[in-house]
Write a protein that binds this ligand. Structure first.
Ligand code: FES
Length: 80
């Protein structure tokens, strides 16, 4: 199962991860991936200055804004 760790620490949450989380949930639903991808929130992962941050399958992404999220998800989740 693929895994998305989204930082819900106060800095990332206040920047864009609150919106990113909603977009991720929508993306998984629309691509029928809700059963094959696990989403988990985390406390601050110590990279606030580069946030908002998330980790997908062990790769950390920085500065994830809502304009970039779909491309990142496609790259990580749609690759066979
Ligand atoms: S709040 Fe996300 S890295 Fe600190």
């Amino acid at each position: 199962m693929k895994r998305i760790l989204i930082c819900m620490g106060s800095s990332c949450f206040a920047r864009e991860n609150r919106e990113n989380l909603l977009l991720i949930e929508e993306y998984l639903k629309s691509h029928d991936l809700t059963d094959s991808v696990h989403i988990e929130g985390s406390l601050c992962i110590g990279e606030c200055s580069k946030g908002p941050n998330l980790v997908i399958n062990g790769t950390m992404y920085h500065g994830v804004d809502p304009d970039k999220i779909n491309d990142i998800l496609a790259k990580e989740l749609l690759v066979i």
